[in-house]
Design a protein around this ligand. Structure first.
Ligand SMILES: [Zn+2]
Length: 138
């Protein structure tokens, strides 16, 4: 299983993570599965409604709006995005407990503002497996 993500979306995720720090940024990614490959073609940075610093919470209405708009383009909401302003790209215990199994988790880590890194995970039965994540195109 691998993920291909438009380069412009990678840039938007990194910018979102940098501007939200020291809080976590969050958002949704829209895409399409083709066999074992997920092509990500839409990104929406959304307000983080969590009161705590090391958490993220997306408004269900924002989720429904993204789902509606993307479905017109033949895309589904396929992944949650969030950032770890100080940590690594590994999912935290809170992330694992809150993960939906049918959604991919994309994390942008900013151990250093100048060196962002991205990783994608699939969570099954409370365990996260890393997925190949490649940026391509514009
Ligand atoms: Zn997290």
């Amino acid at each position: 299983m691998e993920i291909l993500c438009e380069t412009s979306l990678v840039r938007e995720m990194i910018e979102g993570a940098q501007s939200a720090a020291p809080r976590e940024a969050c958002g949704l990614l829209g895409g399409r599965w083709e066999g074992e490959q997920l092509g990500l073609q839409g990104f929406r940075l959304l307000p983080n409604h969590a009161a705590e610093v090391c958490k993220f919470e997306i408004d269900p209405l924002d989720f429904l709006r993204a789902e509606d708009e993307w479905s017109e383009q033949g895309l589904a909401v396929c992944a949650f995005f969030h950032s770890h302003p100080r940590g690594s790209t590994r999912l935290s215990g809170i992330d694992l407990r809150g993960a939906w199994e049918e959604m991919i988790q994309v994390v942008c880590a900013l151990p250093d503002m100048a060196e962002p890194s991205l990783a994608a995970w699939q969570v099954r039965n409370g365990h996260a497996s890393p997925l190949a994540f490649k940026a391509e195109g514009r």
